[in-house]
Ligand binder design. Structure first.
Ligand code: HEM
Length: 249
């Protein structure tokens, strides 16, 4: 920060003095990143940037190798979390209120219709992208050693995605939601040994009712988003530990 003549002004002098302090050095820990080494340091010393490796293989950043399907799934998860948070302000999981609340989100809440549609379409899209991501991983044989564990983590993430989609489906408490969940949970009755119990555990009752709504709501807004987030952290960490994205080199 210099004046036109080359001399620093008051603000420039204060700024230069600040960049000499210990406080500044404790925040910005490396010199200006203009060499290979200082660029690597800038990435490693930043909490957000360090999620990416300092160096990546050329094929791994080629769009057509992954189609960024895992990345898009993660992006959709973030969109769903933010839009879901907004919807929570206007939705009460009670059989007397739920359907009315959805109508008022659609018709009277500011940006309600937009946010609800982003949430609903985002959810459909996430099921699709996670599924396509799994097919891509399978096609590249990336489930083979050393990535078997990450494949298993992925299977759990697929289960979480489908379960989030299913539990969310009941929340509008309209006819299609009620009957879809009735049919879906009736299937659990065919599980061997624990048929009656599994149905009761899912519904909290013998039919779809208030107990089911609150159960699905808690699983939809807290339990499974949290589990999915924890497993995504493990998934991303494993990619790094397994030597980055699979590939020919
Ligand atoms: C919420 C769901 C998921 C998210 C957010 C996610 C995210 C990611 C991301 C960002 C990558 C880096 C490469 C890429 O973008 O393709 C990746 C890689 C990988 N994912 Fe997933 N994933 C999910 C579900 C799954 C599923 C369902 C499976 C398999 C059953 C799976 C197995 C793998 C494996 C094995 C890799 C390493 C691939 C390689 O090295 O080529 N993931 N995942």
């Amino acid at each position: 920060m210099t004046k036109r003549g080359g001399e620093p002004g008051l603000i420039g002098s204060l700024w230069n003095a600040f960049t000499e302090t210990n406080l500044w050095r404790s925040i910005i820990r490396q010199p200006y990143p203009n060499t290979s080494r200082t660029r690597a340091l800038a990435v490693m010393n930043n909490v957000f940037l360090h999620l990416h490796p300092v160096r990546v293989k050329r094929h791994a950043v080629r769009y057509t190798y992954t189609f960024c399907l895992g990345g898009v799934s993660f992006f959709l998860f973030l969109v769903l979390t933010i839009t879901g948070l907004y919807l929570m302000f206007f939705y009460i999981p009670s059989v007397d209120r739920a359907y009315q609340d959805i109508l008022s989100i659609q018709n009277s809440v500011a940006f309600g219709s937009l946010i609800r549609n982003m949430h609903r379409w985002g959810a459909h899209l996430m099921v699709l992208t996670v599924f396509l991501h799994m097919i891509r991983v399978f096609y590249h044989g990336a489930y083979k050693p050393p990535r078997e564990f990450n494949w298993a983590v992925g299977v759990f993430l697929l289960f979480c995605t489908l379960w989030l989609s299913f539990t969310g489906y009941l929340l509008p408490w309209d006819q299609i939601a009620f009957w879809a969940v009735t049919v879906g949970t009736r299937m659990a009755e065919y599980a061997p040994l624990i048929s009656a119990e599994s149905n009761f555990i899912l519904l909290g009752n013998i039919t779809v009712s208030q107990e089911t709504l609150i159960r699905f709501y808690v699983m939809h807004v807290i339990a499974f988003p949290l589990l999915a987030a924890i497993f995504m952290v493990v998934h991303f960490w494993r990619i790094r530990k397994d030597g980055g994205i699979s590939g020919p080199v």
